[in-house]
Write a protein that binds this ligand. Structure first.
Ligand code: FES
Length: 183
């Protein structure tokens, strides 16, 4: 039987490569999101107990986050309440409800880093990326987060980009660090 192709509209969008005016227009233009993969993942776990977390992990693995439109599909497919799904997603920090950047910048704001000027470093990242904390740049290259101790206190103030630790970071070095991860 031919599989029904399903899509939802989402307000997330913009790829950062368009001319300014076009990019602005694209920002509000709904993006068509194909949810066929969500249905395929749910089908693979049909009837299995405790399938919610693996399904969410696979959905996030495919889309990079859990699209809002996927939640009712998962609820129907696994026979769970949507509120339970949101409960799980907010409890486990591994799940993202919004698209995240290809690079995650985590500025440590633990005590040692705070004392050594983490706020100035964080402020520089916010300024350069033009986003507040826990936001993603329009081109989806970077997501900026502030986190508690990342276990590199002797290198304070420390910043982690993806799985790489950068130590004794000055505000000026924030720019250099970002440059290393730009496409
Ligand atoms: S407080 Fe920042 S690495 Fe420990």
């Amino acid at each position: 039987m031919k599989k029904k192709r399903t899509t939802v509209r989402t307000t997330q969008g913009g790829n950062g490569k368009k001319p300014k005016r076009a990019a602005k227009k694209a920002k509000n233009k709904p993006e068509i999101l194909d949810l066929t993969t969500v249905d395929e993942i749910i089908a693979r776990y049909h009837g299995e107990k405790g399938a919610l977390i693996p399904v969410l992990q696979e959905v996030q693995g495919h889309y990079g986050y859990i699209p809002e439109g996927a939640v009712p599909r998962i609820a129907d497919g696994l026979k769970v309440y949507q509120s339970s799904i949101y409960g799980v997603m907010t409890f486990y920090t591994q799940f993202n409800l919004k698209p995240i950047g290809r690079n995650i910048v985590r500025v440590c704001c633990g005590t040692a880093c705070h004392v050594k000027g983490a706020e100035r470093v964080s402020s520089k990242f916010r300024e350069v990326l033009k986003i507040p904390v826990v936001e993603t740049t329009e081109d989806r290259n970077f997501t900026l987060e502030q986190v508690a101790c990342i276990g590199a206190c002797s290198l304070a103030p420390a910043v982690m980009v993806n799985d790489e630790v950068h130590g004794k970071v000055t505000p000026d070095e924030a720019v250099t660090i970002l440059g290393q991860y730009k496409k």
